[in-house]
Ligand binder design. Structure first.
Ligand SMILES: [Zn+2]
Length: 464
């Protein structure tokens, strides 16, 4: 079964056929870097990491070019810098670095390219100049605005007509707009705010900075090309962000921006949408204190990407228990996957618009089969199981280390080194036939959530 993806633009699940099998282009709108990311911010990154892995598997690692930007100039960043008395790039560099290390913990592969908005201002200005020349943009009160009346397909992606957009008050009303849906391509910078000199032909009086939407169009053109294969992002970006990207790129280039559009569903905190403005956020840095990144990834992928995910402690505990079951099997024997192919049913599930819960169900089935099997049959199943899991970004931890990780909200007092020292002391006590002390150490470890197992090869330990 070939890869099928649900294209938001056509509202259909369609077979994915790249324009050029030797250069498949994927763009995902990246984070605005000014504070710690919450788990909802990572849903798109994890969902489309699965797509990146799948495309690399089918077309080869070199053939897939994946760009994900960093928004490093924006009102919220400027405010954060002013409030903290810091330089803007000090803030953006810090949080981009944190974002990347948290991505690595969640087993997200680094994208091929990570363009920065501030490094593409000239490209943004060039698109804006083209739009002005084509009368698709106009200048009003020191702003450059896109004239949505000049793009007849405006609203096609989100399936909204102009009245819906205005009635929903989802567009910013401003006196200098010809039409409420028109959006800012360039705006003036106040004193003390970062700004770039606009081209003289725009006849603006001072420095300014780009509006948000134009940056993606400029970075896509520069890094991937005029028309790309797949553009993806959260469903909240469909309107106005993606609608605006489409309008300005299509008018500037007389070509569509992307052939396929994918949108992931929300992550909900219980029944509510997780959002900074509501204050019900779970920061990834806090979650990683309690859970391995792989558990967060498993939880995020437990729902198909277009469906909502309800983020609860129970989901995390369940994800950890499920991963434990796989890792317990892998502790029994060292599985070398070499050139082992993933399971075909597993691939079929992923090919069906990245049905990750379906793919995970196949993994559970393989695990059950391996549990019942013995000898070479069992090893073969384990190899298929591991190769499948690895494709999805799981099972690459050392199984023994996996069970030593701290998890959940339980607080553990003993460090790994202290546990190792106590276990050594217990071995010595046993060889000296001091069984009372040996039992005492076992109880002490147990009380701290550490389970020890004695075997012919020595003593191993794991956390409950
Ligand atoms: Zn974007």
């Amino acid at each position: 079964m070939p890869l099928f993806l649900h294209n938001t633009l056509t509202r259909k699940k369609q077979e994915f056929i790249p324009a050029d099998v030797n250069r498949i282009t994927l763009y995902v709108c990246g984070p605005t870097v000014y504070n710690h990311a919450h788990i909802g911010n990572f849903r798109a990154a994890v969902a489309f990491d699965v797509l990146f892995r799948l495309l690399r598997y089918y077309y080869g690692e070199q053939a897939v070019v994946y760009a994900r930007n960093f928004t490093d100039i924006e009102d919220k960043i400027i405010r954060a810098a002013q409030e903290n008395g810091k330089e803007i790039d000090e803030i953006t560099t810090k949080y981009a670095k944190i974002y990347n290390s948290e991505s690595a913990a969640l087993k997200i592969l680094p994208p091929t390219l990570e363009p920065l908005a501030t490094e593409h201002v000239a490209e943004m200005q060039s698109i804006i100049s083209t739009l002005l020349e084509k009368n698709a943009a106009y200048i009003a009160e020191e702003h450059v605005l896109f004239d949505t009346n000049q793009f007849s397909n405006y609203g096609a992606l989100s399936n909204l007509n102009m009245d819906d957009m205005i009635a929903g008050a989802r567009v910013e009303i401003a006196p200098y707009k010809r039409n409420p849906a028109d959006f800012v391509l360039w705006k003036p910078s106040a004193a003390g705010e970062p700004g770039w000199q606009p081209p003289t032909k725009w006849q603006l009086s001072g420095n300014g900075r780009p509006g948000w939407h134009i940056e993606c169009s400029a970075m896509i053109e520069k890094t991937l090309g005029t028309t790309i294969d797949i553009h993806a992002g959260g469903q909240d970006l469909r309107f106005p962000h993606h609608e605006n990207e489409i309008a300005q790129s299509a008018c500037a280039h007389d070509a569509p921006l992307s052939r396929v559009w994918l949108h992931n569903g929300f992550l909900q905190m219980g029944k509510d949408k997780m959002s900074k403005s509501v204050g019900n956020v779970a920061l990834v840095c806090d979650l990683l204190e309690q859970w391995p990144g792989e558990v967060l990834r498993w939880a995020l992928l437990s729902a198909q990407y277009r469906q909502p995910v309800e983020w609860t402690d129970a989901l995390l505990e369940q994800s950890k228990t499920q991963l434990d079951r796989f890792y317990r099997l892998f502790t029994e024997q060292n599985i070398n996957i070499d050139s082992q192919k993933p399971d075909s049913e597993f691939l079929n599930a992923l090919n069906d618009d990245m049905n990750t819960p379906g793919a995970m169900a196949v993994l559970h089935g393989l695990r059950d089969r391996a549990t019942r099997q013995t000898g070479t049959k069992k090893i073969e199943t384990l190899r298929t199981l591991k190769a499948s899991g690895i494709l999805l970004g799981f099972f690459d931890a050392d199984p023994e280390e996996w069970f030593k990780q701290k998890t959940g909200t339980a607080s553990f007092n003993l460090t790994d080194t202290q546990i190792d020292i106590l276990i050594e002391e217990r071995v010595t006590a046993k060889t000296q036939k001091n069984y009372a002390r040996a039992d005492e150490i076992r109880d002490q470890l147990n009380a701290d959530g550490v389970i020890i197992e004695d075997s012919a090869n020595g003593t191993t330990w794991r956390r409950k």
